[in-house]
Structures are given as C-alpha cells and as structure tokens.
Write a protein that binds this ligand. Sequence first.
Ligand code: CAA
Length: 246
Amino acid sequence: MTSRVALVTGGTGGIGTAICKRLARAGHRVATNYRNEEKARAWEQAARAEGFDFTIVPGDVSKPEEAAAMVRRVEEALGPVEILVNNAGITRDSTFHKMTPEQWNDVIATNLNSCFNVTRPVIEGMRERKWGRIVQISSINGQKGQYGQANYAAAKAGMHGFTISLAQENAKLGITVNTVSPGYIGTDMVMAVPEAVREKIVAQIPTGRLGEPDEIAYAVSFFVAEEAAWITGANLAANGGQYMGW
Ligand code: CAA
C-alpha cells in the first residue's frame, strides 16, 4: 500500500485517537494538532507506549492563522498533507431560547469554520499533485437535529454542504471529499450528557448500545483508501441504526 501523510484535527479526542491509530496501522504517517500542550504530551506518550509515532503540533483550528501555521509545521515535519480528516469538534449544548452568542459562535468556529481554516491551506497542494482525500466528521445530529443543539446541528449540517461543494470542484483532480456522520459514541463528549438524558438516547439506538470510536475510524479508513477513488460527495452514517435517512 502507499504510505500517505495524514492530518487528523482533534486527534487527541475519543474518535480522533481511534482515527489516528487506524490510519497509522494502515501505514500512513499521522499528525494532529493540540490546544492543551500538557494533555497532548501525555496522549503522545501513551500512544508511543503502544508503538505509535504521531506528530503533534500546536494550533487552534477555529483561528485561520493558527490553522495555517499548524499545516505548515506538519508539512515541514512529514511532507505535503495528502489525507485530511476534519474531526475537531466541541459541544455547547443549550436550548436555543437560552443560548448565548458565545455558545453559538464557539461551536460554529470550532466545528465549521475550522473546515475552511484547515482545508484552505492544503487544497492547493492536493490539486497540484492530483491526489487527495478529505473527510469531514459530522454527526447524526446534523442530519436529524437534536433538542439542545441548534448550534451543533447547524455546524454539522454545514459540514456536509461543504463536503458536497468541494467534492464537485475537485473531482477531476483526483481528490475525493466525503462525510462520516457518527451517532452516539462512547466518548467523553457523549458521557458529558446528563445520564438520564443519555439513557433515553441509548434506548432509541436499534443496536442497543453506544458506538465504539474505532467503528467511526473504520468508516474513515474506507473513504481514504486508494480504491475509494470513485466515491466522492457521500455521507456515510455510522449510528447503530438510530437515524436511517437516505
Ligand atoms: N425532546 C423533548 N423534550 C426534551 C428533550 C427532548 N429530546 N430533552 C429535554 N426535553 C425537555 C425536558 O423533558 C424538560 O421538559 P420539562 O421542563 O417539561 O420537564 C425540558 O426539555 C428541559 O430539559 P432539561 O431539564 O434537560 O433542560 P436543561 O436546560 O437543563 O438542559 C439540554 C437542556 C442542555 C438540552 C439537556 O437536555 C441536554 O444536555 N440534552 C442532550 C443534548 C444532546 O443529545 N447532546 C449530544 C451531545 S454528544 C454529541 O453531540 C456527539 C454527537 O455528534 C452525537
């Protein structure tokens, strides 16, 4: 197989860690960014103990200059980014009538503006080299909406609009752009949902359980494979059957 340079934003989080590990096991050279150096170094050490050699660089993806600097540092360390996974994301859940401008803006900036901020510095190189894989990690809640997540659902739905436009613009240049829409996965983000609310959500999942981070990483590995060259503009749901839109 061909070893590619992969940048996974938010790689130190629950789903991000699984994506980094799966891409590394597939032979790719994987980088991620961090905002909290102490947490990131601990993550790097734990991964190293398992035999992974990740490149970690500072950068807040919600800020254009920091995202551009982050891409530059990754490219200096590993070479041009060939696989980009826009995975970084946060929640600031609140019913809309109580939502503050900060809760709205933080989620739009980190989950959606980040797609512009990180993809913009890598797309020209991908177009010149005529090869690229871009994957947005959206959410089931971008597809179906969610009580308490007007900000998050707007950002996540926006990510797929971004996917399908970029997919059209870059299809002739060997670049595929796709979305994975995870359902509720057993990560810190989902465990932060009040237990009573979470139990009601799990009861709506046909598989009867939360997903595993690696079940999302598997979907990402499908899209970034060399053989997936004709799959672009797709949105792959991985949600245990909780939402079966088509
Ligand atoms: N549908 C209908 N009514 C609901 C509801 C729902 N899904 N959830 C809450 N309500 C109702 C409650 O029953 C309650 O009604 P009463 O006042 O009549 O009793 C009212 O809304 C207020 O509910 P809360 O007491 O929970 O209100 P709150 O302000 O304390 O919290 C909330 C509101 C922040 C939205 C909280 O309910 C919550 O955290 N919900 C979970 C949201 C969620 O699913 N987030 C996903 C995070 S994980 C993630 O985002 C990853 C991913 O991609 C899947």
